[in-house]
Design a protein around this ligand. Structure first.
Ligand SMILES: Nc1ncnc2c1ncn2[C@@H]1O[C@H](COP(=O)(O)OP(=O)(O)OP(=O)(O)O)[C@@H](O)[C@H]1O
Length: 258
């Protein structure tokens, strides 16, 4: 067997159960330094649960999450939970509780396209603007692992591809590994090294081109060239290993293409 580069993150047979239901079912994968992995899958497929378990915010019911010693994590959550009445500017938010970042705020803000927002009120920013501020804060930490939960939500199309380019640039410059959740299959397929397709269990995983050919990917998302205009119908005609007890009959109300 060939020697593998040491992993930054090793997820092994991870299971998370709530109310007798497996939200994550026997998930295994690893992430090497400098690698960008995207997690895709239908709503409720367990993507956020996976990220939160990797971050140690959820204790797994089975399996393990191992981070290489000294790994520092920058996290962009799906939503920012701040009190809308609290006066806080992005300028202050970016350095809040973080030592030695002040000198880099202007540069990182520029790269994230938020220089013009620094003196506004954080609570008044739009969804896409907020996402950029959250990303800037995560980058300022100079993490070895960036964990991004739907970082492009609320962003316009140009901003979405800017974000993927920025993430790639950060990876090139710092060697950080990235694990991100995205519903934008086109950007995921272009901008990432490996894809995990998650629907409670791991439906398929691999290089974007391999995943796109996988029957279980097609059953969830249809053909990629149609995916942007015609979202998926969640039909589940692929097989499971029998351990899945979640409802497979639901329909997300979209058309299904093979
Ligand atoms: N604490 C909890 N107790 C019970 N069920 C939960 C809990 N947290 C999440 N779930 C359920 O677990 C499933 C996975 O949720 P999760 O947020 O991980 O999905 P997701 O893939 O990130 O979805 P989306 O694409 O909608 O963001 C959902 O059905 C959700 O309702």
């Amino acid at each position: 067997m060939l020697d593998k580069a040491p992993s930054l993150l090793d997820v092994s047979h991870l299971t998370v159960e709530r109310n007798g239901r497996k939200l994550l079912d026997d998930i295994s994968f690893s992430l090497g330094a400098g690698e960008i992995i995207s997690v895709i899958g239908p709503n409720g497929g367990g993507k956020t649960t996976l990220l939160r378990t990797v971050l140690g915010l959820i204790v797994p019911d089975g399996g393990s999450v191992k981070l290489a010693p000294g790994t520092s994590i920058g996290y962009v959550p799906q939503k920012l939970a701040i009190d809308a009445t609290m006066p806080l500017t992005p300028q202050r938010f970016l350095s809040l509780g973080m030592k030695g970042v002040r000198g880099r705020v202007a540069d990182v803000a520029e790269r994230c396209g938020i220089s013009h927002l620094l003196d506004r009120q954080l609570a008044a920013l739009s969804g896409g603007e907020t996402q950029r501020v959250l990303l800037a804060r995560a980058i300022l930490k100079q993490p070895s692992l960036l964990v991004l939960d739907e970082p492009t939500q609320g962003m316009d199309v140009a901003a979405q591809s800017d974000l993927f380019r920025l993430v790639e640039a950060i990876r090139e410059e710092t060697g950080a590994a990235v694990i991100l959740v995205s519903h934008d299959l086109h950007l995921v397929m272009r901008g990432t090294d490996r894809v995990l397709c998650l629907n409670g269990h791991l439906c398929c995983t691999g290089h974007p081109a391999e995943v796109e050919r996988d029957p279980s990917f097609r059953s969830l998302f249809g053909r990629l060239d149609e995916a942007a205009v015609v979202p998926y119908r969640h039909d589940h005609d692929h097989t499971h290993d029998g351990a899945c007890d979640h409802d497979h009959g639901h329909d997300h109300g979209h058309h299904h293409h093979h």
